[in-house]
Every structure is written in structure tokens, then in C-alpha cells.
Write a protein of this length. Structure first.
Length: 275
């Protein structure tokens, strides 16, 4: 297992068996996204992008809280003039867009509140797992702000425009069960089973091809705002890359030799692999 030196950090990163687990560790501040934690997230994204041995990423919080959003203490002290705030908001997107497009599966494991920027952070993951006590809220409207951290991009695509407006305009909270009904949450697990469930999902996904999964994510993320011809060209380009990967060649060789598939989701579930 590899670990960051977490001195002076707001987080911990542990990597083992191809799975990276990033844990926000500001429970005394409800894991609010101060500048230090945002810097940790930026470094996380760079680390995962550069490390081909990482096959899946789990993002979670500590102390029964996922992330309470922005640092309200800093807001109360003032963030400077408008042009400084604009730069600060845009600086987040320097790493957030890379996280959204990261070429491996990303799982948000949400226990407790995921408010404001915390909800935004969960929404850029590929899969959100939650507990019964998870609470979600596009809280920005309560303090006279518009949503940020890409929520106006991700949420309408996930739940539809009308529902997204309702959640953002009202700034109401909702639990994991309702989040699952809306399509935000993939599955709800008991608090003491969330970490294991996230790791089990990550473990199965890690058996797949990072090249193919990354290409699939790139295609899906681009599909909602490109025309058919553009997507066809992108499909042809990424498929050429996938055909040329070692993973594909090995998978085809195993198929020809009538050996078990490298990546058989049904078999993994049946055999309880990584559970």
C-alpha cells in the first residue's frame, strides 16, 4: 500500500490493489472545501492521471460527513473583489474538469451531508453510493449564490432540466433514497457497509480495461452536446486506440483459447468476487 505524507494536508490517499481511496479529513469543519483541501483534490487528480496502475478511484469523507461544501468562514471574512472571486471559481475547474473526465471509474461514497460543493463533487463521479443517513442539498440558494463546481452542467444531465431547477431554486435537502429515485445515487448501503460496497464495486471495475473505460467515459461525456457525425468520428478514433491495446489483444487470445474472460461482470457477481 502506498500513502501520501498527510502532514499539513486535509485528506488521505491510500492506493492498494489498483484502487485509490481519497478521504477528506476535516471532520471538525464537516470536510468543507477550503483552499488546502481543494489543492489536495487537484494533486489527487494529477496523481491518478499519471499512474496507470490505478484502475479505480473512491472519494469519500470522514467523521460521518462527505462534504459540507464551501468554506463559509472564509466567505464571512470576504473573498475579495468580483474579479478575484471569478478567478477563484475558475481555478477549481482546472482540476474538476479533469476529475470529471478521468480515464478510470470514479466512485463517490457518501455518508452524511453532501451539501453545495460537496454535492457538486459527488456529481462529477461516475457512480454515487450512499447511506440512509446521507443528505444532499444544492444549498447555494440559501445564501444568495448560484450553484458552482459544475453543478449547472452535471445535475440537469442527470435528473433533467425541470428537476434540476427545482433542486437548485428551492435549495431543499433530500436523502439517499430520493437521490436514488432521481438517478443521482446508484445504490444505498448501511453505514457500516458503505466502504466495503464502494471497494467491491471499484474492485470489479478495476478488472476491466482502463483504456476502454476511459474511452467510453470520454464518448459519453461528449455525447450530450455533439452531433451524430462528431460522435461517429470520435467513436472511430477511440475504438482504434482500444483495438491497439494490450488488454484487447489478451482478451481476444483468451477467447480463442476458450479461457475464462478477463472481465465477466456476471461471473464476478455470482462468485461474490471483491465482496
Amino acid at each position: 500500500m502506498e500513502e501520501w505524507d498527510v502532514a499539513e494536508r486535509r485528506s488521505e490517499l491510500a492506493v492498494s490493489d489498483g484502487i485509490a481511496v481519497f478521504t477528506m479529513t476535516r471532520p471538525e469543519a464537516r470536510n468543507a472545501l477550503d483552499l488546502d483541501l481543494r489543492a489536495d483534490l487537484a494533486e489527487l487528480v494529477a496523481e491518478v492521471r499519471a499512474n496507470d496502475d490505478i484502475k479505480a478511484l473512491i472519494i469519500t469523507g470522514s467523521g460521518g460527513v462527505f462534504c459540507a461544501g464551501g468554506d463559509t468562514k472564509a466567505m464571512a471574512q470576504g473573498l475579495g473583489p468580483g474579479h478575484a472571486i471569478r478567478r477563484r471559481v475558475l481555478s477549481v475547474h482546472a482540476w474538476l474538469e479533469d476529475l470529471y473526465n478521468l480515464d478510470c471509474p470514479v466512485i463517490a461514497a457518501v455518508d452524511g451531508p453532501a451539501y453545495g460543493g460537496g454535492l457538486s463533487l459527488a456529481l462529477v463521479a461516475d457512480f454515487v453510493l450512499a447511506t440512509p443517513r446521507a443528505r444532499f442539498c444544492a444549498v447555494f440558494g440559501r445564501i444568495g449564490l448560484a450553484p458552482d463546481m459544475a453543478m449547472v452542467y452535471t445535475l440537469p444531465r442527470m435528473v433533467g432540466v425541470q428537476r434540476a431547477k427545482e433542486l437548485m431554486y428551492t435549495a431543499r435537502s433530500f436523502d439517499g433514497a430520493e437521490a436514488r429515485e432521481m438517478g443521482i445515487v446508484l445504490a444505498v448501503h448501511p453505514e457500516d457497509e458503505l466502504a466495503a460496497a464502494a471497494r467491491a464495486l471499484a474492485g470489479r471495475l478495476a478488472r476491466g480495461s482502463r483504456v476502454a473505460q476511459g474511452a467510453t467515459k470520454a464518448l459519453v461525456n461528449q455525447s450530450l452536446h455533439n452531433d451524430y457525425r462528431t460522435m461517429a468520428e470520435m467513436e472511430a478514433a477511440v475504438q482504434a486506440t482500444c483495438f491497439d491495446s494490450d488488454y484487447h489483444r489478451q482478451a481476444i487470445a483468451r477467447f480463442g483459447a476458450k479461457e475464462p474472460s478477463l472481465y465477466d461482470w456476471d461471473r464476478m457477481i455470482k462468485e461474490g468476487e471483491h465482496e
